[in-house]
Design a protein around this ligand. Sequence first.
Ligand SMILES: [Zn+2]
Length: 211
Amino acid sequence: MVRMHIYVTFGEGPACEICANAHGRVFLSSRVGKKNFSPLNGTCNGKVHCQACLIGLYGGWLEAREIVARIEKASKKTIVRLSPEELRTLVRGQWKRSLSADTDRISVNMLAALCEEQHNAGIAIEGYWCVINQAKEPRHFPLVVPAYLRLLSVLVRVGREEEEVRQVIEQFERRFPSDQHAPYSPSSYHRQMLEEVKALLWKRQSLQVSA
Ligand SMILES: [Zn+2]
């Protein structure tokens, strides 16, 4: 069971203003389930569509319960939005010891990975692997492709072994063959991002050979 949803934008470049303003917004599940629900005020006007996901949580631990109480108390028209610090406080809470640990494991790992990317690459890498390897419920499926792509981005940025990056790419391509279009399979934009990582690897490799 999920009580609230958190909207998180992410990616390499900055998001458009509309999407950036929605980063950190929290909604009760009852609201997300309504017809015409949108986490955005308006429509995304980024040159390339901004990357974002809506992460559902039961939220049984202290920091999460406080947020649920805050949205419940807020008037219907008010949109509660968490700052980056508040998001990090949430994921650094004792969620593993709460009753919702199993329900929330995949979601918290995704959220933690997205929030910690710039602060602690190790947590981000671990979090994305958790989503990739353990997402079994349909509500987690939309997180898998973004988790792969964010993982690749972090691995490349922190200069992990090329072999490791290559293995992630191979695993991704086996899991999502380009001739298959299941729900939540990569979009053409996702595939383009993957091609960019591959091109970068090629470039690095050829530099090494010529050095
Ligand atoms: Zn946007």
